[in-house]
Design a binder for this molecule. Sequence first.
Ligand code: NDP
Length: 471
Amino acid sequence: MRMYINGNWTTGTSQMEIRNPYTGEAFDSVPASTVEDVDLAIKSAERGALAMRALSSFDRYEILTRAVALLNERKQDLGETITREEGKVLSEGLLEVDRCIQTMTWSAEEAKRLFGETIPLDAAPGNEMKFGFTVRVPVGVVAAVTPFNFPLNLVAHKVGPAIAAGNSVVIKPASDTPLSALKLTEILLDAGLPAEAIQCITGSGSTIGDAVVSHPLIRKVTFTGSQEIGEHITRTAGLKKVTMELGSNSPLIVMADADIEKVALATVQNGYANAGQACISTQRVYVDKAIYADYLDALSSKVSALTSGDPMAATVKVGPMVRESDAIRVESWINEAVSSGARLVAGGGRDGAVLSPSVLADVHPDMKVSREELFGPAVAVTPIDGITEAIKYANDTRFGLSAAVFTENIDHAMRFALEVHSGNININGGTQFRADHMPYGGLKDSGTGKEGPRYAVEEMTELKMVIIHRS
Ligand code: NDP
């Protein structure tokens, strides 16, 4: 596909191949853009921001609503595109399109809710003749840098609110998965978005990333991706608003009073979807020693039954990882854990980019599979003794994006909710729950700022204070 910059679909001077993670075959290509292309795109977006300011809230609502209709019409193609470029099984690709439709619907609605408030300035002495109110205004040009793992919906989480708020937006999609973002761009243009209000520039983050985020015309950087790149961007962006949606190693706690079958099923649903490549994938499982052996039996039999392979095949539940090198990395972390005393109770094999869904037991919290973000189809299970130890282990990490506890004890659940440092706290449900309108974002090294259209709109607008000095 071509990229979209400066109001045109452009081929660029050189190309990058897009590979199917399962077959390894190149099936498309996109331009490998240059820093000159970045400058052209952002200057065009500055004009786009002016065009956006001329639109009313209702205009923006209508554009986003038309985009929702087009997403519905093109759902099958979009789902297949996600699966072809990212490798998730087709049912998950189609689910991602449904979620994108939700995200864009909420964004359309938020276009109507850019409220300010009256500030009672006369509440400070001597200000009887002052009248104050706030207005919320768009920042101008938003840079949206996105990861590979949800190549449509995570772009929508930035583009939808940016447009709702009245901004223009420059998308820099992940190099492995740019096609879904380009198709979303096409849809927004077909829906009537002003030609320069959106730019989708393809190319390697290491070549063009700094030029995007440090550009003086960019007023807001919204990034989803790894903690390492997020930190680099935070330093490079300079004095701009930034939202950082970064990684995690989400804990799931199983207390002695939990329903073992229910938790084992939740672990499978939350640990292996998208081959474990979700920022809120269940990674660390801490199980009360009273039910440890029974839980491991229930989990390992469910995980061993998961079929892995071709993501287009209806019977396959776990597809390939995005790159073979990632599957090799996860395999080596598993092997390292086993050589340090962990037990592999399910999975372990690898065929190219497809890693068999795996379960490691007796994992020490300092092993890499527990300490770092694994981002693969495996969970690390560790025995614990009671809620105090469970909370201690859940917090024994630099990350804090999502955490879950399964218990029938309301006091334990409440302690978990109040004491675990995590953006999302799930009680009797897995770590991967996300409704697209809820506030979503991590604590600690998992990032700063919130997404979810209402919250993202706040992050993509400035609050101005107007003071009328009456005489
Ligand atoms: P990366 O951090 O590798 O890449 C994310 C994006 O940053 C890509 O578009 C990449 O481009 C770009 N990039 C790379 N270098 C730079 C740079 N110097 N300046 C600007 N941009 C740059 O993440 P992945 O794509 O591998 O995604 C996986 C990560 O994303 C995991 O850590 C996961 O936890 C996290 N994530 C967090 C979520 C959240 O909501 N908190 C949700 C989903 C994922 P290129 O592809 O060209 O290198």
